[in-house]
Design a protein around this ligand. Structure first.
Ligand code: GLA
Length: 483
């Protein structure tokens, strides 16, 4: 069989082909963004230089009582329509993981949990495995240190906080043990990223007022971090070892502006001394080359179990300039492929899929899938969502029209995925949406000035509406015949 993943099958009819308009306008994905739960800073886009950058803050806590409440409310969600199942429709067409993002905040919402456990077979933790969260959101100063052994040498490392991720992962482990016939896997996200990584991590003694460390020191920190994360979550003794199917090793290391590697001066208005970065990369500042990317894949290959897939992930990935840059990066990683402990491994390209109504075109999208597959074989759509049309005001009338237009747009892109996937050497192994309902989408709370989205304007980027009901776009993937 062509695909790696064996999943249950259901019938879906091929949807009609609808051409989308092309063009690069509005291709940008992010300006200044607060994430799905308002807790994190995201990447200002290079096309939006006056975007504000916010500091990541402590996310709204979800305590055990809230989680328990979420569980107790499960009966109340029996009205969630379970007649048409999203993953059954997608698996019939693509035989891939069908995922959604989940954050700590959503864990307390029983209806979200019911939607996830009904319609998906995979999740990505929206924030809880990013470096800022792993360091307890102590973004302005190192939360504390300890001594550890790395390759026979004692090194000093920052203290990690596993608690937020484990609240979600424990729910998954329990679900999987109670429902062996419907296991939900996780996609690890992300080990190395210029954003949501505290600035102090790059400085002597983990103090941002000190000098940057040299590459030799940074390599040890990088290896320690990757080793510790992968061992904790996927190692032989980990209670989560059966949960993860893959991990984003490096995220967004290519520049929108230049189409080469992201540098430390992507956005001249963003000081490198910021606690976390939207655009500029302190990884680049320390290394001034792609060495940290290659090393990240070498270390990930060294410490990951062979069954854990390793990915590169990026946005604006259909723009021709940036696509070429990503391809160069993928080739550089592939060139160093080798056995664990000796070389890199990369198993798929993660195309984030934060798209607009007008862009990318179906053609650009399919060409990008084909181009990445030509280098790495497997491709995943990892953070799919759709910005609303320009001028969308969220009124009842506009909503109905927008939902239909959005369904057509998703249909177009889905067609391109299915078309590319028919080729023997192209495997789409995952389709993940960046959230479940419009209610919690990161696009609802972004705070940009300028750019493709306007402050305060409503968005409806996902497959379920704010009231948790399936939208027309849902049936594009779940099967039009079920509508
Ligand atoms: C990026 C990151 C994600 C998330 C989204 C938007 O693409 O990879 O982790 O922050 O933006 O929320």
């Amino acid at each position: 069989m062509k695909k790696k993943i064996t999943v249950c099958m259901a019938v879906i009819l091929a949807a009609s082909v609808l051409m989308s308009c092309g063009g690069q306008a509005g291709e940008d994905r992010t300006e200044s963004i607060t994430d799905m739960t308002n807790e994190s800073t995201d990447a200002p886009d290079q096309t939006d230089s006056d975007a504000e950058t916010e500091s990541a803050t402590e996310p709204e806590a979800v305590d055990d009582a809230e989680v328990a409440e979420g569980e107790a409310k499960d009966e109340e969600t029996e009205n969630v329509d379970k007649a048409v199942i999203l993953k059954d429709g997608v698996e019939k067409e693509l035989e891939c993981f069908v995922g959604t993002a989940i954050t700590s905040q959503e864990l307390g919402d029983a209806q979200i949990w019911t939607l996830i456990t009904t319609h998906f077979n995979a999740v990505t933790l929206g924030n809880e495995l990013k470096p800022d969260c792993m360091f307890g959101y102590s973004n302005d100063r190192c939360p504390g240190t300890e001594e550890v052994d790395l390759n026979g040498e004692t090194i000093v490392v920052p203290t990690l906080d596993y608690s937020r991720s484990e609240k979600i992962l424990d729910r998954l482990v329990k679900w999987n043990s109670d429902h062996p016939d419907h296991v939900i896997k996780a996609r690890g996200h992300v080990l190395v990223w210029h954003s949501q990584t505290p600035e102090w991590f790059f400085h002597e003694d983990y103090d941002k007022n000190n000098d940057y460390v040299d590459t030799e020191t940074m390599n040890k920190r990088l290896e320690w971090y990757i080793k510790t994360m992968l061992t904790h979550y996927t190692g032989e003794d980990s209670k989560y070892k059966d949960v993860f199917y893959g991990w984003d090793v490096v995220n967004e290391a290519v520049s929108d502006a230049t189409g080469t590697y992201r540098s430390d001066s992507e956005n001249s208005e963003e000081p490198l001394s910021n606690d976390t970065h939207g655009s500029n990369s302190s990884w680049w500042h320390v290394y001034r080359s792609n060495e940290y990317i290659i090393n990240a894949f070498i270390y990930a290959n060294k410490y990951a179990p062979a069954s854990l897939e390793l990915y590169y992930n990026d946005y604006n990935e259909c723009m021709s300039n940036k696509k070429e840059g990503i391809i160069e990066l993928l080739k550089a990683i592939k060139e160093q492929e080798g056995a664990p402990g000796e070389g890199t491994r990369i198993d798929a390209m993660g195309m984030q899929g934060h798209y607009q109504m007008g862009s990318p075109s179906m053609y650009e999208f399919e060409m990008a899938i084909r181009a990445y597959a030509a280098v790495v074989g497997n491709v995943q759509i990892t953070e799919m969502d759709m910005k609303a049309s320009e001028g969308y005001d969220g009124s009842a009338e506009a909503k109905e029209e927008e939902f239909e237009k959005q369904a057509q747009r998703y249909n177009t892109l889905y067609w391109a995925m299915k078309s590319a996937n028919k080729e023997d050497n192209i495997n789409i192994t995952g389709l993940t949406f960046w959230g479940t309902t419009d209610r919690y989408s990161w696009l609802q709370s972004r705070s940009n000035v300028g750019g493709g989205n306007k402050v305060g304007l409503p968005e409806c980027p996902l497959l379920f509406d704010e009231m948790y009901h399936p939208k027309p776009a849902f049936y594009v993937f779940a099967g039009e015949e079920n509508k």
